[in-house]
Design a protein around this ligand. Structure first.
Ligand code: GAL
Length: 352
């Protein structure tokens, strides 16, 4: 169960949701608070699917994370909800449950799940940030399913772009960029906060915080979306971008990312490019108004192109509660664009 304060607990009966209320408890169609954090959306055959981290149970601070405040809850799995209107979400269960003793162990890390559909293989492919409790493994995990509502079959965890990496490191040894070979993970580029973006031509790309987080990598995925080809681009070296959300508008590629301050909110940055392979240019903070400097107390996770409203985009973010992660909330806000094609996000108490 999610613990929420009595004042804001979700209604017992599932009254239809008629407006987005950023930061409020958001009940699903059964009246329970939606539990899908660090999530992403998939639109498939007229239905939206929302996948996210299930955050429930006690929040604790492992000793190994004490220096940077890396609190956590045990991994439970990946939740899936479906909706036709983006407001009312039906729970479809845990589509990738934790499995003790594997990469999906409750004591490891499973974050930022994103599902894409591969039209060639007709598989739904789930990518996520797979890590050890101290985040040293810095890998990604992949699972597939024949249905958007799962269950997903776990394939493997790995560091992307192994082809381009010196494979002569010994376990525990760091290379010049701070990458380290960690038991059970083959050597490759580090990969933490991530998203997957599918372009109009069906090519897919992994955007992930790499090299210990300071530099973002854009990695081309194989045609089946199950791995990386080895072709990758380093962008915004030293800018420490996390929580990437990628979308395309009027032929231009957009990235909205956060800074790197663990669960604490910081200012978002928006970036633009004519080609996925760059050059990428920063456009500054897309948020405007009160609390814009801390992304309205949230951290982005996804940008949704609204299927039945071409040209409309929604910024999805998490308002993390680092002391009670199960009570983290969602901030969904519409994106406007200025005359230079830069995204602009303004706070609204409620909207539709
Ligand atoms: C954030 C990251 C989250 C989670 C958290 C752990 O920077 O975006 O996904 O990993 O750190 O503290």
């Amino acid at each position: 169960m999610l613990s929420v304060s009595a004042k804001e607990s979700a209604p017992a009966s599932a009254a239809p949701v008629t407006k987005f209320r950023p930061g409020a408890v958001w009940p699903d169609t059964t009246g329970k608070p939606i539990n899908a954090h660090g999530g992403g959306l998939l639109y498939h055959e007229g239905t939206y699917y929302w996948y996210g981290e299930i955050k429930q149970g006690e929040t604790y601070l492992p000793k190994v994370n004490a220096s940077w405040g890396g609190t956590r809850v045990d991994v439970v799995g990946v939740s899936c909800y479906s909706s036709k209107d983006l407001l009312n979400w039906e729970p479809r269960g845990n589509v990738l449950p934790a499995v003790p003793g594997t990469d999906l162990d409750p004591k490891k890390v499973l974050e930022r799940p994103k599902v894409v559909y591969n039209a060639k293989t007709r598989k739904f492919v789930l990518w996520f940030h797979a890590d050890s409790v101290d985040y040293a493994a810095a890998a990604c995990g992949v699972a597939t399913s024949d249905s958007p509502t799962g269950p997903f079959t776990y394939i493997r965890s790995f560091r992307p772009n192994i082809q381009s990496w010196p494979v002569n490191l010994k376990e525990g040894e760091k290379d010049a960029k701070g990458s380290q070979l960690v038991k059970d993970f083959p050597v490759g580029q580090m990969s933490r906060d991530m998203t997957v973006f599918v372009d109009d031509d069906g090519k897919a790309y992994l955007f992930s915080a790499s090299e210990g987080n300071p530099t973002m990598h854009i990695s081309e995925l194989t045609d089946d979306y199950l791995g990386t080809t080895g072709k990758f681009l380093r962008i915004f070296e030293g800018r420490s971008m996390e929580a990437p959300a990628v979308f395309k508008r009027n032929g231009k590629y957009h990235l909205i990312a956060s800074g790197c301050t663990a669960w604490e909110p910081n200012a978002a940055r928006s970036c633009i490019a004519d080609s996925i392979w760059g050059p990428w240019k920063e456009l500054g903070n897309p948020c405007k108004g009160d609390k814009a400097g801390i992304t309205f107390q949230s951290q982005g996770t996804y940008v949704l192109p609204v299927a039945d409203k071409p040209g409309s985009f929604i910024f999805m973010a998490d308002r993390w509660n680092k002391d009670n992660l199960a009570d983290s909330r969602y901030i969904w806000l519409p994106i406007e664009f200025d005359d230079k094609n830069a995204p602009v996000i303004r706070w609204q108490d409620e909207w539709r």
